[in-house]
Design a protein around this ligand. Structure first.
Ligand code: AMP
Length: 277
């Protein structure tokens, strides 16, 4: 495994890799969710590239860029075990030199959900992912369903801009009690960690009601709100039941429907989702 820090070096080494090349972009502080993407990318491709880059342009001014958890030594040891060929860890200065002035933006899909709550977040994501795709030139890139809107928006960017790769989305990896794995879970105190199960519990409540025949989306949202409000440490940002292609909110739940939510547990904002049908 080679650890590469400059764009010139990754381009030079990438040319020598055997095709097809699988790519997993991450912000590091790796957990089993990331590793599931790495393993699938390894199984489906001859070569494997992982990037670790905490991308400043996808964090808002009052968000957690500075304190985002980092543990490069541990990340590299985990990736070494997975048979990764190249780890790309660019510097912020090289990715965003002072004269940097180009942005990649997907329009309608980013007005909702995370886009509505975190202005500029998805523009930062699409810009960095487009840059990484141009630099790494992967055959396939792997993303987690955990960040459902991100995966949908990246697929749209790749289609609209005729980018020459396949985007693969893989299922959310969870803790035994259902909490979706996330680097941000490390912010939670033991009490908050317990409270954080309310996200998955509310998704399971909606999914259970849907299975029993409830088709009124507003009823499902209301039941989720009621459950989450019982948890004193939780504050709802949004709860959505939407068409997974357009992200338009649904009145009647017709499968497939994306049930997604963002909830603050204490000061930590967590997201999760399930697809019905
Ligand atoms: P991040 O490091 O948070 O930018 O995530 C890197 C990639 O890992 C993204 O495609 C995420 O959607 C994916 N990912 C994060 N958490 C999970 C999880 N619990 N299960 C599956 N994929 C995940």
């Amino acid at each position: 495994m080679e650890v590469v820090k400059t764009i010139a070096d990754i381009k030079r080494l990438r040319i020598k890799l055997s095709e097809p090349v699988g790519f997993v972009p991450t912000m590091g502080y790796l957990h089993e969710g990331h590793l599931s993407l790495v393993r699938q990318a390894g199984a489906e491709n001859q070569s494997l590239v992982v990037s670790i880059f905490v991308n400043p342009t996808q964090f808002g001014p009052r968000e957690d860029f500075d304190r985002y958890p980092r543990d490069l030594k541990r990340d590299l040891a985990l990736l070494e075990k997975e048979g990764v060929d190249l780890v790309f860890m660019p510097s912020v200065d090289e990715m965003y030199p002072p004269q940097f002035d180009s942005w990649v933006e997907v329009d309608k899909l980013t007005r909702r959900l995370e886009g509505a709550s975190r202005p500029g977040h998805l523009r930062g994501v699409t810009t960095v992912v487009a840059k990484l795709f141009n630099i790494v030139q992967p055959t396939r890139a792997y993303f987690g369903q955990k960040d459902a809107q991100q995966a949908i928006v990246i697929k749209k960017m790749v289609a609209d801009l005729n980018m020459n790769l396949e985007v693969v989305t893989l299922p959310t990896v969870r803790e035994p009690d259902g909490l979706a794995m996330s680097s941000r879970n490390s912010y939670l105190s033991p009490e908050e960690r317990q409270a954080a199960t309310v996200l998955y519990r509310s998704l399971m409540l909606a999914s259970g009601l849907w299975s029993k025949g409830e088709r009124d989306a507003q009823k499902l949202r209301n039941e989720m709100v009621k459950l989450i409000k019982k948890e004193p440490l939780a504050t709802i940002d949004y709860i959505s039941i939407a068409n997974p292609e357009t992200l338009d909110e649904l009145y009647e739940v017709k499968p497939p429907a994306l049930v997604s939510l963002a909830v603050k547990i204490g000061s930590t904002r967590l997201i999760d989702n399930v697809v019905l049908g």
